[in-house]
Design a protein around this ligand. Structure first.
Ligand code: CMP
Length: 140
């Protein structure tokens, strides 16, 4: 498997509890390099666009309100098989189902307040990176 890039969000529940460094350390320990990183606070319109694929889900409103409730840290992670590796490090969406040692097992509060987001495929990784970062911000 080649070197890939994936997109990550450290979510409001985690930034609020000062867990940014601990979560970033999990990525680095897994061999993922943080090649871009910034702390931002999304507008409601940005959250609705970013999570547009979930717009018909019953939790869409709650999800968008949560994602704008506090700052988030958006990052680009790079490494061998980065998309799958990041999903492994994050653990299952629902922390009750997440494996020991994963970010969601250790830090997530609930299925909604689950500390991190990570891209699920190469196409979404490219789209999500471009949504938040310009080429000039991606140093490699
Ligand atoms: P994420 O990887 O950011 O992608 C979509 C998010 O929707 C997901 O993580 C969860 O935080 C959230 N989500 C999924 N299912 C539910 C649910 N049943 N209730 C609330 N939020 C959910």
């Amino acid at each position: 498997m080649a070197i890939q890039r994936t997109f990550s969000i450290i979510k409001p529940d985690a930034t609020k509890r000062n867990l940014t460094g601990k979560i970033a350390a999990k990525f680095e320990e897994a061999g993922l390099r943080i090649v871009a990183s910034k702390r931002i606070q999304m507008t409601l319109a940005q959250a609705q666009t970013f999570y547009g694929v979930h717009s018909e889900r019953p939790f869409f409103g709650e999800l968008c309100e949560f994602m704008i409730s506090e700052p988030i840290v958006v990052q680009v992670l790079e490494g061998e098989d980065a998309i799958a590796k990041n999903r492994e490090v994050m653990g299952a969406t629902n922390p009750a189902e997440a494996a020991e040692g994963t970010i969601r097992k250790e830090f997530a509060l609930s299925i909604g307040e689950n500390s991190v987001h990570g891209s699920d495929a190469p196409e979404t990784a490219a789209e999500e990176i471009a949504f938040f970062f310009s080429g000039l911000e991606l140093v490699g």
